[in-house]
Design a protein around this ligand. Structure first.
Ligand SMILES: O=C1CCCN[C@@H]1CCCn1cnc2ccccc2c1=O
Length: 485
């Protein structure tokens, strides 16, 4: 049949896999950890790009494209950057039946691909700032359990790489990009996120500091890193000799940033909004925002109803609404309702003989099932405002659910209890890495250890004498903790 066999609260992992497959977003592929991204997915990816790319173009960031392949020598250049990641690097060792002289790596990220050329292109301060972005795939041969969109061996992303004359300029851009990521999640995917700074242990080892937007999945009680914006400091400039002659004629190293969001964003959106009937897509990113279905009646004039459906689609499309009609006569209305609910189309419009007689249509919201009769004369305005209402409501509901999971804890016992209750924990921390490591060790279990997710920029009051929940030492910052993907 059409329905899901798993429920979201029953078996989340199985539910998620069914929803992305039945919703025709993903097709499982013969190679583990790799997935086929079907048009229903790519339409969402493209809507996100339609927001993000113009925004970075306003920041004078230009599109480039660097090769997929990295030489071993250059990949090994940044030791502490690569050592933790080495096992994930995929290598080309042969072509045809002959071995390559020297194995070639497939990019897991492009710092080492790009930065030798940054060094070549940047001579004087007039060459700065250099700001490039590429839309591409990357490969990381991970072994932990693959999950469509969330953790795959190949994924699509954008990776921005910029070089600046001053740290101030770099710092400013890090936060500008992070704000775009927040907007992507909250205004397009309707997913609430927390902006914050990663701990020294969780940050990108090759960088100076990492900022991120952190999402949370209430059903699993897991945090998920939504997107990252790193300030690399001058680490890579030192490694790759990227320096310039400043106004005073002195040699100075550039200050760099790198930032990315990936197709993981789509998985987060599905996990947050999906329900037991399938996908629930935010109108701003859905390929189809309105699906029009005709309800034929035994002796009613079906042609007239079908004409009304086509006219409705035209009216909506002329207003820039992504509307389609499902007029297939070999499927029943009921079958179509289930099908388009599974695909998460935000709004369904039904037109039957009664609606025609009353010169109205019946609109049904996917997010909360609400049914509303709309007079034909008000169709365009009403549908437009309903789509805006659905977008906002999906965010509000998701935020209310996420906020209900936040638990402030001040002691170890409270922390452990909250962790067991799948909470997103906000706790005062002494900011010592040894303590962070100890929390990880002490919470190791089959469902994974607790780790710091980020220290929110929006810090609550910390009364004098507040102690770290784990070490009892004077606390320095409020930090979000939890299990994560
Ligand atoms: O996040 C970003 C934003 C975009 C550009 N890259 C940075 C940092 C990537 C960190 N990283 C992540 N996995 C890796 C896997 C293998 C080799 C290297 C790496 C690696 O450097």
């Amino acid at each position: 049949g059409l329905g899901l066999t798993n429920t979201k609260d029953g078996n989340f992992g199985e539910w998620y896999s069914e929803v992305v497959t039945n919703g025709e977003m993903i097709e499982y592929y013969e190679i583990s950890g790799c997935y086929i991204l079907r048009p229903w997915t790519m339409a969402i990816w493209e809507e996100m790009q339609n927001f993000f790319d113009p925004e970075i173009k306003k920041m004078k960031i230009k599109t480039c494209y660097f090769p997929l392949f990295v030489s071993n020598t250059v990949l090994q250049k940044e030791k502490d950057h690569i050592e933790g990641f080495a096992p994930e690097v995929a290598w080309v060792t042969r072509s045809g039946d002959s071995d390559l002289e020297v194995p070639i790596a497939i990019r897991p990220t492009s710092e080492t691909v790009m930065y030798p050329y940054f060094s070549k292109w940047i001579r004087g301060h007039r060459d700065l700032p250099l700001k490039l972005n590429q839309w591409c795939n990357v490969v990381r041969w991970e072994f932990s359990n693959p999950t469509p969109f969330i953790r795959s061996r190949e994924f699509l992303w954008q990776e921005g790489h910029t070089a600046h004359a001053t740290k101030e300029e770099a710092d400013t851009e890090v936060l500008e990009i992070l704000e775009l990521y927040r907007r992507l999640y909250e205004e397009y995917l309707a997913v609430p996120v927390v902006k914050g700074k990663k701990s020294e242990m969780e940050k990108f080892a090759g960088g100076l500091y990492t900022t991120s937007v952190e999402a949370f999945i209430p059903n699993t009680g897991r945090g998920v890193q939504g997107a990252t914006s790193h300030c690399l400091g001058q680490n890579f400039a030192k490694m790759f000799d990227i320096n310039f002659e400043d106004e005073k004629g002195e040699r100075a190293m550039v200050w760099q940033n790198s930032w990315a969001y990936s197709t993981r964003t789509i998985g987060v959106m599905v996990m947050v909004h999906g329900d037991d009937k399938g996908l629930v897509l935010p109108p701003k990113v859905s390929a189809v925002q309105v699906i029009v279905v005709h309800v034929p009646y035994k002796d009613a004039d079906v042609k007239e109803i079908i004409n009304a459906c086509s006219a409705t689609v035209k009216t909506l499309c002329d207003l820039g609404i992504r509307a389609e009609a499902d007029l297939r006569e070999n499927y029943s209305p009921g079958w179509k309702y289930s099908h388009w609910e599974m695909k998460g189309v935000p709004l369904r419009i039904e037109i039957g003989p009664k609606d025609l007689a009353n010169n109205q249509v019946r609109a049904v919201r996917r997010d909360n099932g609400e049914k509303i009769d709309i007079p034909m004369a008000e169709l365009g305005d009403k549908v437009k405002s309903m789509l805006d209402t659905i977008q906002q409501s999906m965010f509000d509901v998701a935020k209310q659910k996420r906020d209900a999971c936040i638990q402030v804890t001040k002691t170890w016992d409270e922390f452990i209890e909250a962790l067991g209750q799948k909470k997103l924990i906000l706790a005062p921390w002494c900011d010592e890495e040894e303590v962070e490591k100890e929390v990880k060790t002490k919470t190791k279990g089959e469902t994974g250890a607790a780790k710091t997710l980020c220290s929110p920029f929006d810090q609550p009051e910390m009364p004098e004498g507040t102690l770290c929940f784990a070490s009892g030492k004077p606390a320095k910052k409020w930090t979000y903790w939890g299990r994560s993907y």
